[in-house]
Design a protein around this ligand. Structure first.
Ligand code: SF4
Length: 287
């Protein structure tokens, strides 16, 4: 049996940048380093960084967070998903050093939504309710942008109002197009800005080729990762023998019966080191 690792799979530029910022802060040695929410939706990478000294806190924890002082130096990292302005205000009040790991692509979406909100547009963002990136972008619109995940969400839009339609960076082009049709049917003419991350689009294209040339495809990534789940669903439509796993121990060896080529890939939140480790462990298990 041949095992092929998708040559370009690994963490996307935005998440890589946020992790590099964390590693840079960790080098300082004299500070407490926190990140707001998981730095990456990958349990193993989070564990690695926690062991190096990173602590993960949630937004609710800020209410009881002890402010920074001369004796207590604190850095708080904003992850690639970004945060609403209300979070930045809280952090400023605490006197901590803010390390902004917001992905530049997400920053662009935040600015776009803020500009159109300022110009009094109705804003429809196709994506997922409660996704951290979405919460951040909505915060830049005084919390009035509409999340469009389900058909019922479209019904809440005001017909005839000037409207901007944009996307959460990680949703599929298929979902975006499907929702644009429904939004137009309700609202009429709209301005469309495709804010889907280009690295996600490129990856989907490339992966559709990779998924076709293997007998079984293993998509490696955290159970909480929206990127990984989306990627798994996309691959499944191309190769019905696609499985989402975190470690080789989750593989059911019936999947690999009479199989010649096993492909291994990962989402934007699966680090390369973890994919290499996965492939090595898989090879050992199969021998
Ligand atoms: S998937 Fe794209 S938008 Fe999201 S963090 Fe990565 S590079 Fe940025």
């Amino acid at each position: 049996m041949k095992i092929i690792l998708d040559s370009e799979a690994g963490t996307c530029g935005g998440v890589r940048r946020a992790i590099e910022l964390v590693e840079e802060e960790l080098k300082s040695g004299d500070r407490e380093i926190y990140v707001l929410g998981d730095i990456i939706h990958n349990e193993r990478e989070v564990e690695r960084l926690n062991q190096a000294g990173l602590k993960t806190i949630q937004i609710e924890d800020l209410d009881n967070f002890e402010p920074a002082s001369n004796e207590r130096k604190v850095s708080i990292i904003i992850r690639a998903h970004g945060e609403p302005p209300s979070t930045i205000e809280k952090l400023n009040k605490l006197g901590v050093k803010i390390v902004d790991g917001t992905c530049p692509v997400v920053h662009r979406s935040q600015r776009l939504a803020a500009e159109y909100n300022h110009d009094n547009y109705q804003i429809a963002i196709v994506g997922k309710h409660a996704h951290p990136e979405m919460i951040g972008i909505i915060g830049h619109t005084e919390s009035i942008a509409n999340v469009i995940q389900f058909d019922e969400d479209v019904d809440k839009l005001t017909p005839g109002k000037q409207t901007l339609v944009m996307a959460q960076t990680t949703i599929s082009t298929r979902k975006f197009k499907e929702m644009i049709k429904k939004i137009k049917a309700r609202v009429g003419d709209v301005i469309i800005r495709d804010t889907i991350c280009k690295s996600v689009v490129q990856r989907d294209k490339r992966l559709s080729i990779f998924a076709k040339k293997v007998d079984v495809l293993l998509v490696v990534g955290g159970h909480k990762s929206s990127n990984t789940k989306e990627l798994y669903r996309t691959c499944l439509t191309i190769n019905p023998h696609t499985y989402h796993v975190v470690t080789p121990s989750e593989i059911d060896y019936n999947w690999l019966k009479d199989v010649e080529i096993v492909g291994v890939t990962g989402s934007a939140s699966t680090p390369r080191w973890l994919l290499n480790e996965f492939v090595e462990a898989l090879k050992k298990q199969l021998n």
